[in-house]
Design a protein around this ligand. Structure first.
Ligand code: LLH
Ligand code: MG
Length: 382
């Protein structure tokens, strides 16, 4: 089997998410957006797909760095092909980023699953066929009855846990440009209100403003430890390993990381070696795909550490179900104004349907388990 082509379909669809001036998503009026699907096709007619942002699939990047390394190659050799493309990153002048590596790697894994008739989570180890989700909120806002006050977070937490069935929850705090943010005391008040609403036994986490000082971070960490929070993630710039090492030494709260720091599995290994985190973060879109994410999970397991996947979607769910050393799947981002369970126009179903007990089930279908509405995509091509 040999790779014959890589093709991209970019299409229009509606969105109800708006970005603020710092890039955080919030509910907003319906507007137009675009997404893209990468399709890898072989000489045997097998295909693999991945849905992503159009900017991850720019034709000049695919033409210069990806197609020359993939065409004619065996698509099942995912790690070998990852290295073939990755080697070009160093001299690409920043053009070949980790999201491009991830998109190509994910489409190859989807192809491998479909060609072998197996779901990818089983090919990778198949540790579990369902996993508890934590409801991961959007960042705080100033919308009436949205996520504007500690009481809003508490009311939403009550609905997530006691009505929708989540068994765990993570708050994203208030971040600029929301008035008054960032403020660790505001974050703490929201966390305290949520703990009060859901009781002592529900696992809770916080993802606050990402650029706090050491002293603000330590104050917040110690207050969250008093509330018996499970972990906090990314409260400071992650390039500063020393700051995280200092933080983990000084607080009883578990610190999860690194999430957005570049450097793939190599950076995660450095964080573990330097005791800069208690739990290791990996997300397929942050670390360049499934192959590097599995290396991170296996490295973490070798140090008796949990590896928590960052972000939602079929490929992160796939890794979470493949490995032993993880605790939750991140489901979101959620908001009282958004119906997360409703498929988008370009989906036949969402990637991560959740049952009433808070479990997201690994898909039995071959591949990564995405179910795209091809009629919609074809009818709305850009
Ligand atoms: O700052 C944000 O918008 C969130 O932190 C976002 O990146 C979210 O994906 C996250 O960190 N989840 O864990
Ligand atoms: Mg995060």
């Amino acid at each position: 089997m040999k790779i014959e082509s890589l093709g991209v379909k970019t299409f229009r669809h509606k969105t109800n998410t708006v970005r603020d001036s710092d890039g955080h998503g919030h509910p907003g009026p319906e507007s137009d957006s675009t997404s893209a699907v990468l399709t890898i096709t072989t000489d045997t007619g097998d295909t693999g797909h991945i849905l992503t942002r159009p900017s991850d699939l720019a034709e000049p990047i695919l033409d210069r760095f990806v197609r020359p390394n993939l065409i004619g190659q065996d698509p099942l050799c995912t790690d070998k092909l990852w290295y073939k493309v990755y080697k070009w990153q160093r001299l690409s002048g920043g053009l070949l980023n980790d999201r491009v590596l991830a998109a190509v790697n994910l489409a190859l894994w989807d192809l491998k699953g479909k060609a072998t008739g197996q779901p990818v989570w089983k090919l990778l180890g198949g540790h579990r066929d369902k996993i508890l989700a934590y409801g991961s909120t959007m960042c705080g806002d100033d919308l009436e009855n949205g996520l504007a006050t500690p009481g809003d977070y508490a009311r939403f937490a009550d609905w997530l846990i006691n009505t929708r069935g989540y068994k765990a929850m993570k708050l994203h705090g208030w971040m600029p440009p929301v008035p008054g943010a960032p403020d660790p005391r505001m974050d703490y008040q929201a966390c305290a209100a949520v703990r009060e609403a859901v009781g002592p036994d529900v696992p809770l986490m916080l993802d606050p403003h990402h650029f706090y000082s050491r002293t603000d971070t330590l104050w917040l960490a110690n207050k969250l430890a008093e509330l018996d929070f499970r972990w906090m993630e990314e409260p400071m710039e992650e390039a500063s390993i020393s700051s995280y090492k200092w933080l983990t030494q000084n607080t009883a709260l578990n610190i999860l990381g690194p999430e957005t720091m570049t450097g793939k599995h190599w950076t995660r290994a450095e964080w573990v070696k330097h005791d800069a985190c208690d739990l290791v973060r990996a997300g397929v879109w942050d670390v360049g795909g499934i192959d590097p994410a599995m290396k991170i999970a296996n490295m973490a397991e070798s140090f008796h550490m949990s590896c928590e996947m960052h972000g939602t979607g079929a490929a992160n769910l796939t890794v979470a179900c493949a490995i032993a050393n993880t605790s939750f799947y991140e489901r979101g981002l959620l908001h009282p104004f958004i119906d997360y369970d409703k498929p988008k126009e370009y989906q036949n179903r969402i990637d991560d349907e959740m049952d009433a007990d808070g479990y997201v089930h690994a898909r039995p279908d071959p591949g990564l388990g995405q179910d795209l509405n091809w009629d919609y995509i074809e009818a709305n091509l850009v």
